[in-house]
Ligand binder design. Structure first.
Ligand SMILES: *Cc1c(COP(=O)(O)O)cnc(C)c1O
Length: 410
């Protein structure tokens, strides 16, 4: 039996506990949805105010030069690089994730002109599946997208596969895939490897260099806490830079954007994957959000993340035995930083919890999803969240007919 005092003791020994103070919260709520939209941190708020009231209001158009706005996509890319095991100069911040996937898919297909297959996972995020299909149709040669069951990858890898595109941590179940092993298999068959890091960046340690990953992309509004709709990032391993072409060229990826030349010539390095004007206010927010990460190592974050998710699963089994199917793998090396619980009344459960100040989310058809973010969550929060879940079940609040109608965002 785990007691609240045990959790309070874990908080006292928590080396990351002081970072909670960096974030803005309603103290009556427990936020378990940082995997969908990270919360606001003070540094983001401060940095956005600076950019708006100084760089924009006073500096106006001069700030493209004087405040270094043009350099933000690559400068912030370099700040994200250590979080994913990349080198400086291998990451750029631009667009949003789906667009970046489009660019990377389009670019990679041209690198394997004799191959006709892209492999992805049938459980992949729908946006990834839409965009890979659309890019395959526009490859300029017949391409087939095989959406496979991920366990059957070996059977599908052959010398016709151009690209393997997978999401590292499954958005529904929280299962984490073996980045190194899968990348090696893809390479052994001569294919290129593109990883979607949406649910891994800032949540689990990633080593794109050590895993020999070719390409990757992720978003910054989930575990990186940069704010709603903040730009995504792309990783291109150094040896592919200058080789892979950006299929959506724009003036800001040109070697000399202000020469207004008639023909496109890509800039050096990751700048070539910038298409259009950077979203400076959103980048200011990202800049602030990354300052918090400078105060913690990914291994500290990982250690606490596993402790939080272990605790949550243990409490759910202890307090609500047999109620849920715990879908997230128990093995640490197969788990991201979220826990998915399956229940037929999942939507009602999540809505009832939100009304009680525990914010998680629901993913069709029956998954209650809870994200655990070590930067600001306490072990007592996990305890209290499960207690409120018990109250929901005891009062059958989740069966309220109001919850039969779903909101547009679940
Ligand atoms: C969140 C998420 C996206 C979202 O893409 P946007 O283009 O940033 O809206 C894409 N893929 C996966 C796997 C995600 O989890």
């Amino acid at each position: 039996m785990i007691l609240r005092d045990d959790c309070a003791a874990m908080d006292e020994n928590d080396e990351l506990c002081s970072l909670r103070g960096e974030f803005c919260f309603n103290e009556r709520e427990i936020y378990l949805d940082g995997n969908s939209l990270g919360p606001l941190c003070e540094a983001s708020s401060r940095r956005v105010r600076e950019v708006v009231s100084e760089e924009w209001a006073k500096g106006l158009v001069r700030s493209w030069n004087t405040a270094g706005w043009m350099l933000e996509p690559t400068r912030l890319g370099d700040k994200i690089a250590p979080l994913i095991g990349a080198e400086p100069g291998e990451v750029v911040v631009a667009d949003t994730l789906t667009f970046l996937l489009a660019k990377l898919i389009g670019g990679t297909l041209a690198l394997r002109p004799d191959r006709h297959v892209i492999i992805t996972d049938e459980a992949n995020f729908h946006s990834d599946l839409y965009i890979v299909e659309a890019m395959a149709q526009r490859a300029g040669r017949p391409m087939t997208v095989k959406t496979i069951e991920r366990a059957t990858l070996d059977e599908h890898l052959d010398d016709d596969v151009a690209l393997v595109m997978l999401t590292h941590v499954d958005f529904r179940t929280g299962e984490m895939l073996d980045m190194k092993g899968i990348t090696k298999k893809a390479h052994d068959s001569g294919a290129l490897m593109l990883w979607d890091l949406a649910h891994s960046t800032g949540a689990v340690p990633i080593d794109v260099s050590g895993c020999d990953v070719d390409f990757a992309a992720g978003c910054t509004y989930k575990y990186l806490n940069a704010g709603p709709g903040s730009p995504g990032f792309a990783y291109i391993r150094r040896n592919w830079q200058g080789v892979i072409e950006n299929p959506l060229p724009g003036w800001l990826g040109h070697a000399r954007p202000f020469d207004f030349e008639r023909t496109y010539e890509p800039a050096e390095g990751m700048q070539a994957f910038v298409t259009s004007s950077p979203s400076i206010i959103a980048l200011a927010s990202l800049d602030g959000a990354l300052e918090v990460f400078a105060q913690a190592s990914m291994s500290q974050i990982r250690r606490k993340s596993l402790a939080l998710t272990d605790l949550f699963m243990a409490l759910v089994e202890d307090r609500l035995p047999g109620v849920f199917e715990i879908v997230t793998p128990r093995a640490h090396d197969k788990r991201g930083s979220q826990v998915a619980l399956r229940h037929d009344d999942g939507y009602g459960i999540i809505q009832a919890l939100i009304e009680r100040g525990v914010i998680g989310d629901f993913r069709d058809p029956d998954i209650c999803r809870f994200g655990f973010t070590p930067l600001y969550l306490r072990f007592v929060d996990v305890y209290d969240a499960v207690e409120r879940m018990v109250e929901v079940f005891n009062s059958a609040m989740h069966l309220d007919p109001r919850y039969r109608v779903r909101n547009p965002v679940t």
